[in-house]
Ligand binder design. Structure first.
Ligand SMILES: Nc1ncnc2c1ncn2[C@@H]1O[C@H](COP(=O)(O)OP(=O)(O)OP(=O)(O)O)[C@@H](O)[C@H]1O
Ligand code: SF4
Ligand SMILES: [Mg+2]
Length: 347
């Protein structure tokens, strides 16, 4: 990978809240997360609700202050910068919300919401702003007349296209895509995915993509991280994670998603029970109460370990005793014989 456009190093984010008795409570939503995103690369983050996916993006965009760690934008650590000093960088990072309604003022025309972004681009004259807005709206596949409507007067799919246009107006380098298709009908999700893929290529954009939808992540991401209770538990290329998943949590997620494509190697894992953040106070593996392979050694702290180039797993057992978990004992290239769950398979 060329020099990373955006990098997170050991990112931490604590939320301080008050419980019913007004006692202060600190909850760690992001716990030591590190990754890099290269130019024109999509880094996907998947995981169940509440695991901390959106918090990562919000901290990277400095919508929330990081509790610890570094955020490098083109090599410069922007985490400690004040709001004023960060302003010069803000244009480079934009966010596509899950709910496109949230990006527009419901009382104003779409044109007037978009003007603010044309202004951020440095255009002062209205005629110049309008010309840029109309051109950008056409580029995302919409007739420019739409912009004189209010957000409630266009469809959800059109509004999400306008939301993408809104970001493009400021010529960003990185887009944080937080569930970009979740609020849309299944029939138009593919159109938004294709629009984002096209714009990535034409504008050399880098994407941080967060989604519950494993299909959307498969369609868009080059590399993928699987997140559980604030930590990455598996990181790899898209194919390493989808086709050679090693962590029981990843395998459980893929099974629950019931993807018929792509074909996966790992045998079925069912996760029992609910997510409980009580395990965060313990030093060992956070999946223990739900993992069918849990044993005493899992009570020790689990580091992300490399199982093949670029493929990291936070589970000692997946590395040391993969056969006991129904995994291939050795990773193989196509055409070689391998042992899987006790039987020899020749591809
Ligand atoms: N502003 C906030 N104040 C306090 N706690 C918060 C805040 N935002 C999020 N949290 C908590 O932090 C944890 C992570 O939340 P986050 O929204 O990042 O998860 P997520 O993975 O994006 O979930 P979802 O898939 O539902 O969008 C959750 O336990 C959530 O309740
Ligand atoms: S470390 Fe143990 S509990 Fe955690 S995922 Fe691996 S086998 Fe399961
Ligand atoms: Mg979220």
């Amino acid at each position: 990978m060329s020099e990373p456009v955006l990098e997170a190093r050991d990112l931490l984010k604590d939320y301080v809240t008050r419980d019913a008795k007004l006692q202060r409570r600190t909850a760690r939503a992001v716990d030591g997360v590190s990754f890099q995103i290269g130019e024109q690369e999509t880094f996907g983050v998947v995981g169940e609700s509440g695991c901390g996916k959106s918090t990562i993006g919000r901290v990277l965009l400095k919508l929330y202050e990081a509790t610890g760690g570094e955020i490098l934008l083109f090599g410069e650590n922007v985490a400690p910068l004040s709001e004023r000093r960060f302003r010069g960088h803000r244009r480079k990072l934009q966010m596509v919300f899950q709910d496109p309604q949230a990006a527009f003022d419901p009382m104003s025309s779409i044109r007037s919401s978009l003007r603010e972004y044309a202004e951020l681009r440095g255009l002062r004259r209205r005629a110049e702003q309008d010309a840029l807005i109309e051109r950008t709206v056409e580029e995302v596949g919409l007739p420019p007349e739409l912009i004189d409507r209010k957000p409630s007067e266009v469809s959800g799919g059109q509004l999400q296209r306008l939301n993408v246009a809104r970001c493009l107006l400021v010529e960003p380098k990185v887009l944080f895509l937080d569930e970009p298709t979740a609020s849309l009908d299944v029939s138009i999700r593919g159109q938004i995915v294709n629009l984002l893929l096209d714009r990535q290529e034409s504008d050399h954009l880098s994407y941080l993509l967060v989604s519950h939808d494993l299909r959307v992540v498969y369609a868009m991401a080059h590399r993928v991280a699987v997140m559980y209770l604030g930590q990455f538990v598996e990181v790899g290329t898209r194919d390493q994670v989808y086709e050679r998943a090693r962590h029981p949590y990843t395998r459980g997620l893929l099974d629950a998603a019931d993807l018929d494509e792509p074909r996966r190697d790992s045998s079925s894992v069912r996760l029992a029970g609910e997510i409980s953040d009580e395990v965060m106070a313990l030093p060992g593996c956070r999946l223990m109460p739900r993992c069918p392979f849990a044993e005493e050694s899992c009570e020790s702290p689990q580091e992300l370990l490399q199982v093949e180039e670029g493929h990291l797993v936070r589970c000692w057992k997946a590395v040391e005793q993969p056969g006991d978990m129904g995994l291939p004992v050795t990773l193989t290239k196509k055409g070689e014989a391998r042992e899987e769950a006790g039987k020899m398979i020749v591809e």
